[in-house]
Design a protein around this ligand. Structure first.
Ligand code: NAI
Length: 454
């Protein structure tokens, strides 16, 4: 059977790309080896947010007295949390399947391997069955990086060392949880398990958590979590994992910490192995598929979107990249821009931002003015965050007076940040933003407050 488009991988890039292509009238085949929705829906964004919401509710109930609400005997039933998470995932997977069907996408379960090219198009085999696609969209996503630390492999085999997949299905809350890697996954999982009662230790190689995020905000997040009882070991190198103990070094000194479970969250890498890229000559660089801003690879008609291109590795970027790919396939000019992609860490408090940080602006030689203001300027924040110490940073380019970055640590930040992304995307200047009316009282008003500093 010859399809107009074969999509390999059914995560956010793959399923959305397939839906859009089907909607545009392309005869589309989607190949998925596990379950549609990919990592994001089945073992990433959605399940983790379900867990984190339970943790937030639990904490709100436990610490409600400061708001004048007395609650007693509050408990968290981890199994119920997991069951609810499974229900949410199941509902969403069914929703994605329904959308695919509605858009006339054919779904094939199995591992797709590109085997070559003939006059009609590209051949992809799934369990010996051959399919031809005039065009391809490669959206195979990413896999967790498993560092070659002695004991890690054995630990994984024994179920002592976990990745993002297994940790979301733990039957019991571990007494002692050690997390290797203080990035997004590590921080979000630390947040849930700390609330649920684990003694959490995060071991991070760098001298700060949360990667390239605004440093001051990362430090504030760390301070918040230290207060909640999480231990951070920074500038630390894990050298060995042996039954029940994690061995690590700081400045040449060796230390150990006991662990009932260990979470490996040291990053993810594009999933480009064993999919037959070499059979049609698709170029990769450090395992990522090389694409231009239209999502096009070096092979005509072959596109790649999502984590597999190694560019941004976020589900929301994947959605847009997939749209850009499909638009270009159907002859609509479209181009991907990466300067206004928001990021969120769904901790409590949340961290969110978009655009340049002070650090990234400096690296680019971009001169910026910065307003660094307390979230307590917002009446709604003050009303709802007893003792809150959130901040919001607003970055404006000196020369153009354009908004180039917004970063904040405060709850609701995840829901506010797209507004800032829209302003950056539209290249709005300070004076344009001053004309926008924000609803009052909302936490989003912090952007309006901040912009009046310029
Ligand atoms: P990450 O890249 O965010 O963080 C990995 C951390 O591990 C870094 O801080 C790094 O310095 C540290 N590290 C690396 N090797 C180490 C070692 N040997 N010992 C100690 N520390 C080490 O990766 P993470 O957290 O695994 O997340 C993977 C991907 O999942 C990210 O690319 C992210 O885009 C995505 N994700 C996004 C979320 C969100 O948007 N809220 C939530 C969860 C995941």
């Amino acid at each position: 059977m010859v399809y107009d488009l074969i999509v390999i991988g059914g995560g956010p890039a793959g399923y959305l790309g397939a839906e859009r292509a089907g909607h545009a009238g392309l005869n589309t085949l989607l190949i998925e080896k596990r379950e549609v929705g990919g990592v994001c829906l089945n073992e990433g964004c959605i399940p983790s947010k379900t867990l984190l919401y339970s943790a937030k509710m639990y904490d709100n109930a436990r610490f409600s007295e400061k708001y004048g609400v007395v609650s007693e005997k509050v408990t968290l039933d981890h199994n119920k949390v997991i069951n609810r998470k499974n229900k949410v995932v199941k509902t969403l997977v069914a929703g994605v399947k329904a959308q695919l069907k509605k858009n006339n996408v054919t779904l094939v379960q199995g591992t797709g391997v590109i085997t070559g090219r003939n006059n009609e198009g590209y051949e992809v085999k799934v369990d010996g069955e051959s399919y031809i696609g005039k065009k391809l969209l490669i959206a195979t996503g990413s896999v967790p990086i498993i560092p070659p630390i002695p004991g890690v492999k054995e630990g994984i085999e024994k179920g002592w060392v976990l990745t993002n997949r297994e940790i979301l299905d733990l039957k019991e809350i571990p007494d002692k949880l050690v997390i290797v890697g203080g990035g997004v996954i590590g921080l979000e999982m630390a947040s849930y398990f700390n609330s649920a009662g684990s003694k959490v230790t995060i071991i991070e190689m760098l001298d700060h958590i949360a990667g390239n995020n605004d440093r001051e905000i990362s430090n504030l997040l760390m301070k918040n979590y230290e207060k909640k009882g999480i231990t951070f070991k920074l500038s630390s190198k894990v050298t060995e994992l042996k039954d029940g103990t994690v061995v690590y070094e700081i400045g040449g000194q060796t230390y150990t910490v006991e662990a009932d479970k260990v979470l490996m969250s040291v990053g993810r890498r594009p999933a480009t192995e064993n999919i037959g890229l070499e059979n049609i000559g698709v170029e990769t660089e450090r395992r990522a598929i090389k694409t231009d801003l239209r999502g096009q690879t070096n092979v005509p008609g072959v596109y790649a979107a999502g984590d597999v291109n190694g560019r941004s590795m976020l589900a929301h970027t994947a959605y847009r990249e997939a749209e850009v790919c499909v638009n270009n396939m159907i002859g609509k000019k479209d181009i991907m821009r990466y300067n206004a992609i928001p990021y969120v860490i769904y901790t409590n408090p949340e961290v969110a931002g978009v655009g340049e940080t002070e650090e990234s602006a400096k690296e680019k030689g971009m001169e910026v003015d910065v307003a660094n203001i307390s979230m307590r300027y917002s009446g709604r924040y003050l009303a709802e965050n007893e003792g809150g110490d959130g901040i919001c940073k607003i970055l404006v380019e000196k020369k153009t007076r354009r908004l180039v970055g917004v970063h904040m640590i405060a709850n609701y930040a995840s829901e506010i940040i797209y507004g800032a992304a829209a302003m950056i995307e539209m290249e709005m200047r300070v004076d344009d933003i001053k004309e926008i009316v924000f609803p009052h009282p909302t936490v989003s008003e912090i952007i309006r407050e901040g912009i009046f500093f310029f």
